[in-house]
Design a protein around this ligand. Structure first.
Ligand code: ATP
Ligand code: MG
Length: 145
């Protein structure tokens, strides 16, 4: 066992992958990569919830389309644990645009396009804390045992 701390990050299996029946395959890919699933739920986000989750992108030209996509069907938020969970999950999911994602990454395997890209992952420990709270704030999640 390495001495690196085990931490948690937030993933979302997005409506494209969830709606086309790929949730199981994505979960297998994440488990095969070594992640432990410490929380999961299925939610169909409202406009307000998706807009709040992606508030940092409010001024971006794709914001309206992103909210429309994220509210188009159910999605599956996940609390995932691993050593250095945040940067490691970013590696495992691959680049935002699946055309640029490394072979074998979740997006290379399952994403349709730069927008419909199968999975979200927190991009910093601070954002992971906020995003885990967004979806699992009423649950006291345990990591590391
Ligand atoms: P995420 O935050 O979902 O993990 P990311 O960090 O790789 O993805 P961001 O730059 O945070 O990418 O963008 C958030 C999401 O907005 C992307 O995952 C994608 O669904 C969508 N998106 C990003 N850039 C574009 C774009 N140029 N055109 C359309 N959609 C985009
Ligand atoms: Mg992001």
């Amino acid at each position: 066992m390495s001495d690196e701390p085990r931490t948690m990050t937030l993933a979302i299996i997005k409506p494209d992958a969830f709606g086309s029946g790929k949730a199981g395959a994505v979960l297998s890919t994440l488990e095969d990569a070594g992640f432990r699933i410490r929380g999961s739920r299925v939610v169909h986000l409202s406009d307000a919830a998706a807009g709040a989750f992606y508030a940092v992108h409010h001024e971006r030209p794709f914001f309206g389309s992103l909210v429309e996509f994220m509210t188009s069907g159910p999605c599956m938020p996940l609390a995932l644990e691993h050593e250095r969970a945040v940067p490691y999950l970013r590696e495992v999911i691959g680049a935002t645009d699946p055309a640029e994602a490394e072979p074998g990454t979740v997006r290379a395997l399952y994403a349709e396009s730069k927008e419909r890209n199968a999975i979200h992952a927190s991009d910093s420990d601070e954002n992971a804390r906020v995003e885990l709270g967004f979806f699992f704030g009423n649950v006291d999640l345990i990591a590391g045992r």
